[in-house]
Write a protein that binds this ligand. Structure first.
Ligand code: MN
Length: 436
């Protein structure tokens, strides 16, 4: 109810701001967002009672001077993570940067003083620290005042105009990704340009991110198209939109994907775990011998599904974009890498022992003749496999697309094109319940 006003003002089909939902949990966090809209201002928000109490501060907080702070509608607590663009024509259209965040301590309980229009609190942010008060003087107009406690972090607000989350400037957020060479042909027949690739990934990023974000990343780049040199890449010192931990690079948000497309990446491969957590997506890559019939490939895929069913493991199917299919298994329980790898190995071995004429776990070309190679090696720590919705850098464009189990007999592993994939986005998501 507190967020009705917030929700009414926004069209969530157009803006990426979060939909307003009141939280039950109560924390004392605060955020300040630099918001370059029709007027340049800073939004000062205090988490209180499940929402963010919000004020627009035209000149921004100051350690010296009292500043006008205009009370605006309560915002959802998740708004404290929002940084990006509000599209033209939408409410608050412009650029939003996370200027400061942290926690606060009430000096006097808000419960008693909010109604009177008086709040006193201590901020523990990166740029805002010490004791501050907000005092109402007329209707929506309040003053934001720094108490004289000797604490001061900056003289002029412009000194510190970078995001506390991404270290980007307003300009860097605004320019996001500018596509160069949009007409460059990356696939010849049928013709697919760099702009087509970018447009496709823009449509699927929100579906892709749950499987891609914060996972060890590698990509396949084709700077001059798939007919020329194509290379695999795991280190990205040149891409400031990716994050890095212990020499592992990973995608954090949409910009991670789109910036890689700008750098001519076609394929995205990710690891079985999120950075620093236990592995939670197991992959079986069914990779058939070239001469094997599609009928046999499908038969093998069904057998593996049956084995997973018998083990009470939910499994999800996608096309590989190449010769075979991929089966993904969400693992909702905390496991060590050692057990995770062992489970994948045991399942692959069980397949091999049960159906020795149909499949093998031996990757040598000779042993694979006439069989499907069950590639379980992609579950090893540090390894990656192609992400759902990724384009494949093959001669002809195709997508590694999530499909329903009932579609296995109808859809060939390499037949889904960009246009097909876009059409399929309008249907019910076959992997909707992947994460439970
Ligand atoms: Mn604003």
């Amino acid at each position: 109810m507190k967020l009705d006003k917030y929700n009414k003002k926004r069209n969530f089909k157009k803006t990426k701001e979060p939909v307003g939902k009141e939280l039950k949990s109560k924390n004392n966090r605060f955020v300040v967002q630099h918001h370059l809209a029709s007027h340049d201002h800073y939004d000062f928000r205090l988490e209180y009672d499940g929402v963010l109490l919000s004020w627009a501060v035209p000149k921004g907080p100051s350690y010296q001077d009292k500043r006008l702070a205009v009370r605006v509608e309560d915002h959802p607590v998740t708004y404290r993570n929002f940084e990006g663009i509000i599209p033209e024509g939408e409410y608050g259209a412009g650029t939003v940067m996370l200027w400061d965040n942290g926690t606060y301590k009430m000096i006097e309980p808000f419960k008693q003083t909010l109604k009177e229009g008086y709040l006193k609190f201590e901020l523990k942010g990166k740029k805002l620290k010490g004791i501050w008060t907000l005092v109402k003087f007329k209707e929506k107009n309040w003053l934001l005042i720094k108490e004289k406690d000797g604490i001061k972090v900056f003289d002029n607000i412009d000194e510190l105009d970078r995001s506390v989350k991404t270290n980007r400037t307003m300009d860097e957020i605004k320019e996001e990704i500018k596509l160069t060479n949009p007409d460059k042909v990356l696939f010849k027949n049928p013709k697919v340009t760099k702009k087509d690739i970018m447009d496709y990934y823009k449509l699927v990023t929100s579906l892709m991110l749950p499987y891609v974000s914060n996972r060890y990343l590698s990509v396949v780049r084709a700077p001059n198209g798939v007919d020329k040199e194509v290379f695999f890449k795991k280190h990205f010192p040149e891409n400031k939109y990716l994050s890095k931990k212990n020499n592992f690079y990973y995608i954090k948000d949409e910009l991670g994907i789109l910036s890689e497309v700008q750098m001519n990446s076609l394929e995205f491969h990710v690891g079985p775990s999120k950075i620093g957590t236990s592995p939670n997506i197991m992959v079986f890559d069914l990779d058939p011998d070239e001469k094997l019939s599609l009928k046999k490939v499908r038969e093998c895929t069904k057998k593996l599904k049956k084995i997973l069913n018998n083990l009470n493991l939910k499994s999800y199917l996608k096309t590989s974009g190449g010769k075979g299919y991929h089966i993904l298994v969400p693992i909702n329980q905390k496991v060590t890498w050692k057990s995770f790898e062992k489970i994948a190995y045991d399942i692959a071995k069980l397949m091999e022992e049960t159906y020795p004429d149909l499949c093998t776990t031996n990757m040598s070309k000779k042993k694979r003749e006439g069989k499907v190679f069950i590639d379980y090696f992609r579950n090893k720590k540090g390894s990656t496999s192609v992400a759902p919705y990724s384009i494949r850098a093959r001669k002809k464009v195709s997508i590694s697309m999530p499909i329903k189990w009932s579609e296995l007999d109808k859809i060939k592993p390499n037949e889904i094109t960009i246009e097909d994939a876009i059409k399929r986005l309008k249907r019910k998501n076959p992997w909707e319940d992947f994460f439970g």
